[in-house]
Design a protein around this ligand. Structure first.
Ligand code: ATP
Ligand code: MG
Length: 650
């Protein structure tokens, strides 16, 4: 992970002209820090205001007097920005390209069509008694109606809470109860990799629990036609309600600080938090970041592979693209169905020019070798993005060389559900790339690194990543628990926003996310992020994916325990084990050499594809009971197989 690896944005890319040159980035960044009010007052004009604001920023990060407000006396509507204001210029432009689970199924929906659907559904919701401020739970597959439901909620000012369709009835019920919603929008079934997901049955089961018992209305989209149970008083077919609905609807003027949505974080680190975002600041921030970081052009076809159940699906599949009048691809399926060539084939089919995906997907594709990806031409691509976890340089290089044909710049975008939008990313054309580094802050973002005592570290250093001032997209509270909000994010180091992530800053002022602070290794007094050791392992030709955690060690205090998934075609052996230790030693140094390596056919991941090191730590420590909440795991059986493997070795 040498700081010396700098990959400039290619000349052919620059020749086409970019939104930000290196000089413009430097100037605008300096302005945004020197005078945030002036900068954001101007930048806020990327959206249309129904009533202009006169105040810009009103913020205190003091935990005793926590206050985060942006554009507080302005009024606007998110759906009106995403739809109505696009009609004059882009009415017939495709807003959403929907690609079904079955490769033979796809649909184009224009801005005009989407606008009409959203207006109708806004009228439907109103007729069902949903008022401004009421929370609506959305538990849907990746179908256009999910976008319609979200936009209709914003149109009437009802905050939505989207729950990922892969969550269990209990997880769904917990989230319904936490935000107190009485209306749930769902589908009969979802479809992923040709398998049906029983969404309506899950909703029925959730409502049967005490936590879900407050639900009075369930609106069901018919997706597969599979059989479902029906309660005539409570359940309504979406298509029945839409038939008589009017397509005339005036978007409600919302105050900038009115709640827009609640979104529960994926839960990699514990009990899910209902992250609350508000209307004005959020929309300004995602509209601005989307255009600049993807260096947006009018004819782009943008594909974000995230589910709408995650923040990436909110900010950069839906709101950011539509508020900019872009064409966004919504994919119902999974990358491995019908086979691993699917991603490339979807790119070719829809002439995707920007692909935004996660390291977990890139590593999975890489594990299959170049073959499946090379079945497509991918010549429409001009820019690639990564989000969700640190991207190992090896995976970065593969993404660059194979998926992007060594032609496309990559933006490694660091952010969180809490931040609403991206805070650290190279802007294409303005910032040279370094594989594995999220690089430089976005306009208005003031990152800093603190040591564990809270002292500011200067120059080249590694420690706790914090943000010292607010930005418009920042979360405003944890729904129903403002105290927890203050304690979680503003008490650890008073006066700043604590991200919970570790970072290193290099001599060029580039930021390298080292992993979650809770996961930091402490070997003989040396503190190390997980990302660096994992990346060293992944850089070995036999390794597809790796996760490292600390475990109790008599002499060192903590030893390094590595779980390693091998590349297709490689087999576990004692020799390979030794070779990997030597490899890490050579890449980083003796201090980082793993003490133990366990072969892992798969790693425990959250539903959004992130490695859950909390569980791996327990297994490494031989604590097989009390593995904690595993309900948000994508595949809980992975844990059993790792426990068995560990028991066999111990
Ligand atoms: P929870 O907070 O409930 O544990 P989570 O942190 O996984 O869940 P998200 O908000 O989806 O929920 O993820 C944000 C986290 O993902 C960041 O704090 C960081 O650890 C990681 N992350 C996201 N993007 C990047 C990136 N480009 N590089 C490194 N890490 C990233
Ligand atoms: Mg988090």
């Amino acid at each position: 992970m040498s700081d010396a690896t700098v990959i400039p944005v290619p000349a052919h890319y620059l020749a086409a002209g970019t939104r930000n040159t290196a000089d413009e980035y430097a100037t605008r960044y300096a302005e945004s820090i020197a005078n945030p009010d002036a900068f954001w007052a101007k930048e806020a004009q990327v959206v249309d205001w129904m009533k202009p604001f006169t105040q810009v920023k009103d913020v205190s990060f003091n935990p005793e007097d926590l206050r985060i407000k942006w554009f507080a006396d302005g009024e606007l509507n998110v759906a009106a920005n995403c739809l109505d204001r696009q009609l004059a210029k882009r009415g017939d432009k495709t807003a959403i390209i929907w690609e079904g689970d079955d490769p033979r199924e796809s649909r184009h929906i224009t801005y005009r069509e989407l606008h009409a659907e959203v207006c109708k559904f806004a009228n439907v919701l109103t007729a069902k008694g949903v008022k401004k401020g009421d929370r609506v739970t959305i538990y849907m597959p990746m179908i256009p109606e999910a976008a319609v439901a979200m936009l209709a909620c914003t149109r009437i000012g009802a905050p939505h809470s989207v729950v990922f369709g892969g969550f269990s009835p209990d997880s769904l019920a917990g989230r319904i109860e936490d935000c107190g919603s009485t209306v749930v929008i769902t589908a009969d079934e979802g479809l992923r990799g040709s398998k049906a997901v029983p969404l309506k049955a899950n909703v029925d089961n959730a409502i049967r629990t005490p936590a879900g018992s407050g639900v009075t209305t369930v609106i069901v989209v018919r997706r597969t036609g599979g059989s479902v149970n029906w309660d005539n008083k409570r359940d309504f077919w979406y298509h029945d309600l839409m038939t008589g609905a009017s397509a005339d609807h005036a978007a409600v003027a919302m105050n900038a600080e009115d709640p827009l949505f609640i979104l529960y974080t994926s839960g990699s680190t514990g009990k899910p938090k209902g992250v609350l975002h508000t209307t004005g600041g959020y929309l300004v921030y995602v509209t601005s970041t989307f255009a600049n970081m993807f260096d947006l052009r009018e004819d782009d076809v943008f594909w974000c592979t995230a589910d709408v159940g995650w923040v990436t699906g909110h900010s950069y599949l839906l709101y950011g693209p539509l508020a900019n009048g872009a064409t966004t691809v919504m994919f119902e399926g999974v990358p491995q169905y019908p086979d691993w060539s699917r991603i490339g084939k979807v790119v070719d089919k829809h002439h995707v020019s920007i692909l935004y995906t996660a390291p977990t997907a890139i590593r999975a594709l890489m594990r299959e070798g170049d073959g499946p990806t090379l079945e497509s031409s991918r010549k429409s691509l001009r820019l690639l993005g990564s989000v969700g976890e640190p991207i190992n340089p090896e995976a970065w290089n593969w993404y660059h060389r194979v998926v992007g044909d060594s032609r496309c710049p990559i933006i490694d975008t660091w952010w969180q559900t809490e931040t609403g939008g991206v805070l650290i990313t190279p802007l294409p054309g303005a910032v040279d790339m370094k594989p594995g580094s999220a690089s430089r802050p976005y306009f208005g973002i003031k990152p800093a690194i603190l040591d564990n005592d809270g002292s500011l570290m200067k120059g080249v250093c590694e420690g706790n990543l914090v943000i010292t001032d607010s930005w418009p997209g920042q979360m405003r509270s944890i729904y129903g628990d403002h105290k927890r909000f203050a304690e979680t994010y503003f008490n650890v180091f008073p006066g700043v926003y604590t991200t919970g992530d570790g970072a290193r800053r290099d001599a060029d002022d580039y930021y390298w996310i080292t992993g979650r602070v809770d996961d930091v290794l402490n070997v003989s007094g040396h503190r190390m992020g997980t990302a660096e050791v994992e990346s060293a392992l992944v850089s070995h030709v036999a390794v597809a994916e790796a996760a490292v955690v600390g475990f109790p060690h008599d002499i060192k205090g903590q030893g390094i325990f590595a779980y390693v998934t091998l590349q297709e075609g490689h087999e576990p052996s004692e020799e390979l084990r030794k070779a990997l230790v030597i490899h890490v030693r050579a890449e980083i140094g003796p201090i980082a050499a793993p003490d133990q390596i366990q072969w892992a056919p798969g790693l425990p991941k959250t539903r959004s594809g992130k490695i859950m090191r909390r569980i791996l730590r327990k297994i490494a420590a031989n604590e097989f009971d009390g593995l904690g909440d595993t309900s948000t795991l994508a595949d809980p059986s992975v844990v059993d197989s790792l426990v068995q493997g560990r028991r066999a070795e111990a």
